[in-house]
Write a protein that binds this ligand. Structure first.
Ligand SMILES: Nc1ncnc2c1ncn2[C@@H]1O[C@H](COP(=O)(O)OP(=O)(O)O)[C@@H](O)[C@H]1O
Ligand SMILES: [Mg+2]
Length: 340
């Protein structure tokens, strides 16, 4: 097994509401991202994807609290570290995060280069303006931006250029791992693909060692990330290679996500547009059995009541469902025949 850049073991974190209710948005999540690899995290809105990203960066601010589990970045265990130390020594140079709606993160009153100077000086006050400029120029070129963008104000940039600018800035401290949290959800599919290619390119060139790409569109991850993890109601419901998760999903929820979006992509043309009926459960009181049972077309009486473990089926593949692999595949095949 090669070098793990990020290893998360049984991480559980919660929001504590004003009324002292616990919301377990990340429930015993384990994952591993090796050097040179990318992991996609997919799931509907509200499934805990962003909370997982914040949690594994050790970004705990009320109402979010760490409960249990381990987070190891490049061999360093950050699980017990306080948020201030994490911000100083981890964020930016170990893990970089591109949040949702990142395009609005640029300060409109500041030229792009000023913003970058602030970021770099905060980490290394001895660095000169000339050095910052040269460094920034290299990163901007790596994402296909001309150096004169550095002298511009954010309002002077198009949406696509802002996106590239945010991406270039987020990796400027050469982090080990980049987490992109739906950076492209506002863009059309072609622009989304471009963003993803850009990130992949940054990894291939060695600016980052690994990446996590979060999206609510599972099919988008095909051909983009090496592995995929599907989240539902705070839990992992499936882990697989990208190809398996997209073309041979096991969990009925993953299967449903595959049928819910059309991506004009080779091999994905026939995907039908059907949303999964219903909504995810309230995480204040998640169902005691399978959390997807309420919405599952294949639900059986034994799905409710006792919790369903994540079942390991070998080759790094796992899914959280009581129905055996072969039975699931038979049901899906039968359904596909019915639909033609
Ligand atoms: N600040 C907060 N306080 C309380 N609950 C929150 C807060 N932020 C998110 N949540 C809850 O945590 C769950 C997961 O949210 P989130 O991680 O944003 O999901 P995703 O990124 O997959 O859309 C949701 O059910 C949401 O209601
Ligand atoms: Mg989110």
């Amino acid at each position: 097994m090669s070098n793990a850049i990020l290893e998360v073991r049984e991480l559980t974190t919660k929001y504590i509401t004003r009324f002292r209710e616990d919301i377990y948005a990340v429930d015993h999540v384990s994952l591993r991202v090796e050097e040179g690899k990318s992991l996609g995290i997919a799931g509907e809105s509200g499934c805990g994807k962003s909370t997982l990203a914040l949690s594994l960066m050790g970004y705990y601010f009320p109402p979010l609290y760490y409960t249990s589990g381990e987070i190891i970045i490049d061999g360093r265990n950050i699980s017990g570290m306080n948020s201030d130390d994490v911000r100083k020594s981890i964020l930016g140079n170990e893990i970089a995060y591109i949040p949702q709606a990142a395009m609005n993160a640029l300060n409109p009153t500041q030229k792009v280069i000023r913003f970058i100077e602030d970021v770099i000086e905060a980490h290394d006050p001895s660095v000169t303006k000339k050095e910052v400029y040269n460094l920034a120029k290299g990163f901007f070129e790596a994402v296909g931006l001309p150096a004169d963008v550095l002298q511009k104000y954010p309002v002077e940039l198009s949406g696509g250029m802002k996106q590239r600018t945010v991406i270039a800035i987020s990796v400027i401290l050469s982090p080990q791992i980049l987490i992109a949290d739906e950076p492209s959800s506002a863009l059309d599919v072609t622009s989304q693909k471009m963003v993803i290619k850009m990130l992949r390119n940054l990894m291939d060139k060695g600016y980052i060692k690994a990446m996590i790409f979060i999206t609510h569109e599972l099919p988008l991850l095909y051909n983009v990330t090496d592995d995929i993890m599907v989240m539902y109601a705070g839990q992992i419901v499936e882990k697989a290679s990208a190809r398996e998760a997209v073309f041979d999903p096991l969990h009925p929820y993953s299967k449903g996500l595959m049928g819910s979006i059309i991506v004009p992509e080779e091999g994905l043309r026939d995907v039908k547009l059907t949303a999964i009926p219903g909504v995810p459960p309230n995480l204040k009181k998640p169902p005691s059995g399978c959390r997807f049972a309420e919405r599952c077309k294949y639900v059986r009486p034994e799905c409710k009541g006792t919790s369903v473990p994540l079942r390991d089926v070998g080759n790094g593949r796992a899914y959280r469902c009581i129905i055996p692999e072969t039975e699931l595949r038979e049901m899906y095949a039968r359904e596909a025949r019915k639909n033609v």
